[in-house]
Design a protein around this ligand. Structure first.
Ligand code: NMX
Ligand code: MLT
Length: 441
């Protein structure tokens, strides 16, 4: 049977040929217009990227190769006795565009186990940082320290031909995904558990083993990790972490350099760091109110106070989505199944009832509904993973699946250096007067 690498090569060759034909015939077709507001306001709504792994619909939310999250929960292989999808299966789907069999998923688990060795200097690089460094800082430093292992960088230095780029990027991506859980768990145990590190368990799947190395042996926590690692993996190509990884990769920076760049973007509070901000905000609210389960009237007053202080309500709003994030809904369903009486989880649900009408009443917020980060922390706290500064690292380990699958596609399709045109406000003013040209070549 062909390996996943061979299957990726034959699949991507077909798509590359299709794109060549498509561009030959339709390359000059216009796909839209760009307004001045859009270039000043975060390029919302400008279609400027091709990302094969997933597609976001503003009303419906994310679909991975056409499959919604509930469909993935139904169709992707599970661990023995489990009900949540294995992230190995999602990676297969994103990379090859096909649902995997149980054997496909076992092969990926085994493949990542074989590649999972982390060299000692990576642990030394983490140890060189002060213990109070943010876990995301430690994570990015570890990814950069791992870069010594890059096959792409090594082969490029020896004069690799362009047609071989995809293969070195594929190997680096697989190695990196295999190693990230060990690195992340090391950071967690170092910072929060007295450096009491836990060896990998070679009998477990990728997410189950990650849960084990973090120190959580509860089977439902492993199920949560499988779900968490699946739903956070990808959100089409324009989000900050995916776009950054793609952009940096377009300079032929290897997957380690590219992922580290993407993870620096994920560490921003408007992006992945929002998951820590949410739980911090809820805990502060509970402390200020002096109650474990605040009611809707109390939450309403606290939300208004947050807004009056000129802060955002973390976990709410989205640049593209205009409805409740299906990733929020999937986590809510998990909460209803496994911990319906947990007061923190119930607080998240009370906030869900209270916040949208308040945000809506402000009139300026395009999406008053919760995003993925509004729910994740409360589920983790339930199992004892209370160290919320670590949450974005969990997001990052998952996001690597999507952005690295995409990076493999970028190189397989021969995508060029990304370099959009920028303008100055001086030029914009001249152009409005009919002088000067605002369009690039
Ligand atoms: N609380 C308060 N104000 C908000 C919120 C919110 N949750 N969301 C948007 N706004 C404000 C926004 O700051 C802007 O204000 P101003 O015009 O004064 O600058 C205005 O509403 C219009 O913003 P939008 O066009 O609706 O949102 P935009 O696309 O610019 O930003 C986010 C999207 C996600 C950055 C924004 O909704 C936000 O800051 N949310 C809170 C942080 C968060 O949860 N981020 C996680 C996103 C998911 N992820 O994991 O990456
Ligand atoms: C993500 O998962 O990347 C976030 O929801 C942000 C986005 O899509 O812009």
């Amino acid at each position: 049977m062909a390996t996943i690498k061979e299957r990726f090569k034959s699949t991507s060759d077909v798509v590359a040929a299709e794109i060549k034909e498509l561009l030959k015939e339709h390359g000059s077709k216009k796909i839209g217009e760009v307004t001045l507001s859009q270039i000043y306001q975060g390029m919302r709504g400008i279609t400027g990227l091709v990302t094969e792994t997933s597609l976001l619909d503003a009303q419906e939310g994310i679909r991975f190769r056409g499959y919604s999250i509930p469909e993935l929960q139904q169709k992707l292989p599970k661990a023995n006795g489990g009900t949540e999808p294995l992230p190995e299966g999602l990676f297969h789907l994103m990379l090859l565009g096909e649902l995997p069999s149980d054997d496909d998923v076992h092969d990926i688990t085994a493949n990542w186990q074989r590649r999972s060795h982390v060299p000692n200097h990576v642990f030394a690089a983490i140890e060189a940082l002060p213990l109070d460094s943010h876990p995301m800082t430690q994570f990015v430093v570890a990814i950069m320290a791992l870069q010594t292992e890059s096959k792409f960088a090594e082969r490029y230095a020896k004069g690799m031909a362009k047609k071989d780029y995809w293969e070195a990027v594929f190997d680096d991506s697989m190695d990196l995904i295999a190693r990230l859980p060990r690195v992340a768990a090391y950071i967690y145990r170092r910072k929060y558990k007295n450096e009491d590190h836990i060896h990998p368990d070679g009998l477990l799947d990728w997410a189950g083993n990650f849960a084990h190395m973090l120190g959580y042996e509860d089977e439902t926590f492993r199920e949560l990790m499988r779900l968490y690692m699946t739903i956070h993996a990808d959100h089409e190509g324009g989000n900050v972490s995916a776009h950054t990884t793609h952009l940096v990769g377009s300079a032929l920076s290897d997957p380690y350099l590219s992922l580290a760049a993407g993870m620096n973007g994920l560490a921003g509070p408007l992006h992945g760091l929002a998951n820590q901000e949410v739980i911090k905000w809820i805990l502060e609210m509970r402390e200020e109110l002096g109650v474990e389960l605040p009611g809707n009237v109390q939450i309403e007053a606290y939300v208004k106070k947050t807004l009056n202080e000129g802060k955002v309500v973390p976990g709410y709003g989205h640049a593209v989505l205009r409805k409740t994030d299906p990733r929020f809904a999937a986590q809510m369903e998990f909460g209803k199944k496994h911990m319906p009486d947990d007061p923190l989880v119930q607080t998240v649900w009370n906030i869900y009832e209270t916040v949208p009408p308040i945000l809506q009443s402000l009139g300026k917020i395009k999406n008053p509904w919760p995003n993925v980060d509004a729910h994740s922390g409360a589920l983790l706290v339930h199992y004892g993973l209370v160290e919320y500064e670590f949450y974005t690292v969990l997001f990052g380990v998952s996001r690597a699946l999507g952005v690295l699958a995409s990076l493999c596609w970028d190189r397989a399709l021969g995508f060029p250096l990304e370099r959009p045109k920028s303008v100055t406000t001086e030029l914009v003013k001249d152009w409005l007067k009919g002088e000067g040209e605002i369009w690039g070549d």
